[in-house]
Design a protein around this ligand. Structure first.
Ligand code: CP
Ligand code: NVA
Length: 304
């Protein structure tokens, strides 16, 4: 790995294709890895709930021979007066890596600066890099390649969308972020992803028209209309996003073999219909499984 931390997908800019390959190799080993992380400990701090990230990091660390230590942030001194900086310094004395799910990306960045061991983002309000790596592994498995393939993200321009912009740009895949004007992806990330895509011969576009954007798509991707920490009411979200639902009608204008992705947890009847998520084009549970294999690749690359 070129970088010590994975806080943004951009930290994997020079390594993402190799990380996807490593994840595929580790997946093929089916848990028999020979304990490459024996003697290594990973602290896992969560300021927001998690099912997939928490369990997949725990199992990944165990299957690589290392030890995961889970800490709920509200049980730490950090929430009770101890500074972020002191916490990062002390933890660096105990563990070989820190996996952190943060409410605020600025706190994530600060821990990344101060800690002397690798810091891995398990999501913050700006990005979800580990999800994006698992998504690229899933796309590689299902489509075979990235070049010339088109991913359309439909819905909220949130952390998952931001990380996908970088990941598609790095892997040379075309992406359209199809979001309402009031919920566009982060402007700086959009700009930088466009620049990276240009150097890799792919395109990053934005749209407000799902009916246009999804034409000829190889991948339709969506995520919740209301992310953790967002206080938008469901009534308001429904007003903003009602056109931005992946349903059979929208899927019918994509390529006939288009796959449907969602990072989960999903809200059936909101951003995606039950029919589509349970339908033959949905790959969401293989995608969820790949969190485990992607996590292993990240842990191996940073901690070995
Ligand atoms: N996709 C994802 O990160 O899920 P969790 O919130 O359950 O970890
Ligand atoms: N955008 C969602 C992703 C959850 C995995 C959130 O931040 O809540």
């Amino acid at each position: 790995m070129t970088k010590r931390n994975i806080i943004s997908v951009l930290d994997m800019k020079d390594d993402m294709p190799q990380l996807v390959e490593l994840a595929a190799k580790l997946k093929a080993e089916r848990g028999n890895h020979g304990e490459p992380l024996k003697g290594k400990t990973l602290a896992m701090i969560f300021e927001k709930p998690s099912t997939r990230t928490r369990i997949s990091f725990h199992v990944a660390m165990s299957e690589l021979g290392g030890t995961p230590v889970y800490i709920a942030s509200n049980e730490m001194q950090m929430g009770h007066g101890e500074t972020v900086e002191d916490t990062a310094r002390v933890m660096s004395k105990f563990v070989h890596g820190i996996m952190y799910r943060a409410l605020d990306y600025k706190v994530m960045d600060r821990i990344g600066e101060i800690a002397t061991v690798p810091v891995i983002s398990g999501l913050d309000n700006l990005e979800h890099p580990c999800q994006a790596l698992a998504d690229m592994l899933t796309i590689k498995e299902k489509l075979g390649s990235f070049k010339g393939k088109k991913l359309v993200y439909v819905g909220d321009g949130n952390n998952v969308c931001n990380s996908l912009l970088y990941a598609c740009a790095i892997m040379g895949m075309d992406m359209i972020a199809c979001c309402p004007a009031v919920r566009m992806p982060n402007a700086e990330i959009l700009l930088e992803a466009t620049r990276v895509a240009n150097t890799n011969g792919s395109s990053i576009l934005v749209s407000h028209e799902p009916g246009e954007a999804c034409k000829g798509a190889d991948v339709l991707y969506t995520d919740t209309w209301i992310s953790m920490g967002d206080d938008t009411s469901i009534e308001m979200a429904t007003k903003i996003f009602h056109m931005y639902q992946i349903n059979s009608k929208l899927l019918s204008i994509a390529k006939p073999d288009c796959i449907v992705m969602h990072c989960l947890p999903c809200h059936r009847g909101q951003e995606i219909t039950n029919e589509v998520i349970e339908g033959p084009q949905s790959v969401v549970f293989d995608q969820a499984e790949n969190r485990l294999h992607a996590q292993k690749a990240i842990l191996y690359a940073l901690l070995k």
